[in-house]
Design a protein around this ligand. Structure first.
Ligand code: C2E
Ligand code: MG
Ligand code: MG
Length: 457
């Protein structure tokens, strides 16, 4: 019988029966299982993570392999906790613990890892571990529903890893945790086996956060600013310059702004990073603006920065410190400003525009509310996203979209820039469509301030 159809009773699983005594704390009974545990988690009676690591290591060292580690978390538990109250949340955790104890095969270790996270270690290969994980998740949901603990269907996300040779218990559990993370990222209510590619990218993200913090504290010169000119198609001359951040890390290599800005946004570092990037942009401008005046400087602003009530004043103070006229600066913002807190963003944007700065809607056309955004905020221009621009030669749809964006911008009295122009063919189509300005590798790559100064001179 497969795990998915397996009943609650022990012995109905395809997991190999117990690999010896694991210092078992679980009595297998179909109803009202009693946990024969000593001095463990008060709420559930299960062992905690310290004992889990010890017992798992002992099993691995004894060579009872392979061992599958199943890392299970209730989906949206905090919502149930908040809406139903802590006593109901506690009861839900007790039900989960009891259900796990009933459902796992003889010899399994069952631990409460943290909050609503549970770990089961069982003598099984990965395929059987995944099958058991699915079974456990199903049975937990069914039990919570049967006991009417929540009006909603409660689901679990689960990650599974396997120890096949002498290995470190903590590492195996960490792998299961990474697999759990993948299950949650994938939309929850699923079981994911450990995947090296996902784990590597996740570990890189975690490393990035640490390294970014270090770089910010030390004002690491590896974080740099490049500048890419935007050209007017009226006279084929630069009319503005966009500042684009770069980070060349000695070990991680070139980290794209997409990657490290996202990491800074997730960890709240975007405010200090953003402030440093503005300063770098203004310092760079000092290098080239005499050669290229009166070029506008476009700086990218993360939507999260707009939530900071001090942001607008900090930016205005910085411009005053360097005696940069506010009319020479444009803030490029994507449509996600609309996503959460409208009021704070609106106030910040108003302070910026009242102060004389221009606002440009970046990646126009990719958000869910481009036109609504244009209505609400005082934009001076839009930048048509490169995913439409790059397909201009091959897609009638892309041509129709760009033509509409150009017309809309003209009707509204906004500037319009097409981003990501890589070929003569695309450039010619943009001319035919009447697009007023363009940016992209075909015209100029992002370059260091000194190079830009030489080019402009
Ligand atoms: P974005 O503001 O839309 O910037 C345009 C992106 O297109 C840049 O990528 C630029 O290097 C790239 N690009 C320029 N020409 C071409 C081309 O011909 N073809 C293609 N395929 N791409 C081209 P980059 O520098 O990797 O920046 C990615 C995004 O990261 C930016 O998108 C912006 O949203 C964000 N970003 C960059 N610097 C900063 C910054 O200082 N602060 C903030 N908050 N975000 C930044
Ligand atoms: Mg931009
Ligand atoms: Mg863009």
């Amino acid at each position: 019988m497969t795990m998915g159809s397996c009943s609650a009773s022990r012995g109905s699983t395809s997991i190999p029966p117990g690999c010896g005594n694991w210092g078992l704390r679980v009595e297998h009974q179909d109803t009202n299982p009693e946990l024969t545990l000593t001095g463990h988690d008060e709420l559930t009676g299960l062992i905690g993570r310290g004992a889990l690591f010890k017992q798992l290591q002992a099993r691995i060292d004894a060579g009872a392999l392979p061992i599958s580690v199943i890392f299970l978390e209730l989906d949206h538990f905090s919502v149930f906790n908040d809406s139903l109250g802590y006593p109901a949340g506690d009861e839900m955790l007790r039900v989960v613990a009891r259900r796990l104890a009933v459902e796992v095969p003889q010899g399994a270790i069952v631990a409460r890892f943290d909050g609503d996270q549970f770990v089961v270690a069982v003598c099984a290969d990965l395929a059987n571990g995944v099958r058991l994980a699915r079974h456990l998740a199903e049975r937990i949901s069914a039990k919570i529903e049967a006991e009417r603990l929540s009006g909603l269907h409660v689901t679990c996300s689960v990650g599974v890893s396997v120890a096949e040779s002498a290995s470190d218990a903590m590492e195996v559990v960490q792998r299961a945790d990474l697999a759990l993370c993948q299950a949650k990222r994938g939309g929850r209510n699923r079981v994911c086996p450990y995947d090296e590619v996902f784990a590597a990218s996740r570990l890189r993200q975690q490393r990035l956060v640490v390294e970014l913090e270090r770089a910010l504290d030390s004002r690491d010169p590896a974080i740099n600013m490049l500048f890419q000119p935007i050209y007017s198609l009226e006279d084929d001359r630069p009319c503005a310059v966009e500042a684009l951040a770069r980070w060349d890390h000695p070990q991680l290599g070139a980290v794209s702004p997409g990657e490290f800005i996202a990491a800074a946004e997730r960890t709240g570092k975007i405010h200090s990073l953003g402030a440093q990037l503005f300063r770098l942009a203004i310092l760079g401008r000092q290098v080239w603006h005499a050669a290229g005046s009166p070029l506008l400087l476009n700086i990218n602003v993360s939507p999260l920065q707009l939530h900071n009530p001090d942001f607008a004043h900090q930016l205005l103070d910085l411009l005053a410190e360097f005696e940069v006229p506010t009319a020479h600066i444009a803030c490029e913002i994507t449509e996600s400003i609309l996503l959460d807190d409208d009021q704070r963003s609106l106030r910040t944007v108003r302070t910026l525009t009242d102060g004389g700065l221009r606002l440009v809607l970046d990646d126009f056309g990719t958000g869910y509310a481009s036109l609504d955004t244009l209505m609400r905020y005082q934009f001076a221009g839009v930048k048509v996203d490169q995913r439409f621009v790059r397909d201009l030669e091959v897609s009638a749809t892309a041509r129709a979209i760009v033509r509409s964006a150009v017309t809309l911008a003209r009707e509204l009295g906004l500037t319009c820039t097409a981003e990501g122009v890589e070929s003569d063919g695309v450039l010619n189509i943009l001319r035919d469509l009447g697009c007023p300005s363009v940016q992209g590798r075909r015209l100029c790559e992002p370059v260091y301030a000194e190079n830009l100064r030489r080019m402009l001179a």
